[in-house]
Write a protein that binds this ligand. Sequence first.
Ligand code: IMP
Ligand code: MG
Length: 184
Amino acid sequence: MMGREYMAKDIDHVLLDEETIRRRVEELGAQLSEDYQGKDVILLCILKGAVIFFADLVRAMTIHVNMDFMAISSYGDAVKTSGIVKIAKDLDSSITGKHVIIAEDIMDSGLTLSHLCRLLHERQPASLKICCLLDKPERRECDITPDYCGFQIPNEFVVGYGLDFSQKYRNLPYIGVLKPEAYQ
Ligand code: IMP
Ligand code: MG
């Protein structure tokens, strides 16, 4: 039997615990429900990192929401994004004339979201906003800020609640900082 400590042993410290995340996601859901009342909304999940956040956020919303999913990958090496985005799985439906909210796990340099927003704007949505669970403002390399943000965090590499290191730790229920020896 491998218990909770199996993955937890690689975590240096917990940055955001389950209860803290749950409360903030509830607030974001309530805010979006208020701001988008009466509108035709598409909540767009950016796979894979946003999947856990997205699943909790839609359930915290009290208005009708269309769900759609997009998988993107950015060219570049493991530590640095180039910002050039390749669409690995496109949306199922048209966003023209719709109010689109992008649900993303984290904004780091901002290059990925900035490129994605340019791509989506070409499809002429009625509006396009970004809702990020986490934001690392210190790392920004372009002029972009999330319209909705769960938490601003320091410049540390975090995993859990959808965020991965090398596809691992996405299923940790909290967000933690990885021990250096876990990625060396
Ligand atoms: P950006 O283009 O630099 O903003 O890259 C954002 C992407 O980098 C996110 O969607 C994540 O996949 C990844 N990323 C950035 N920081 C972290 C982190 O601390 N943990 C896990 N993934 C991260
Ligand atoms: Mg990601």
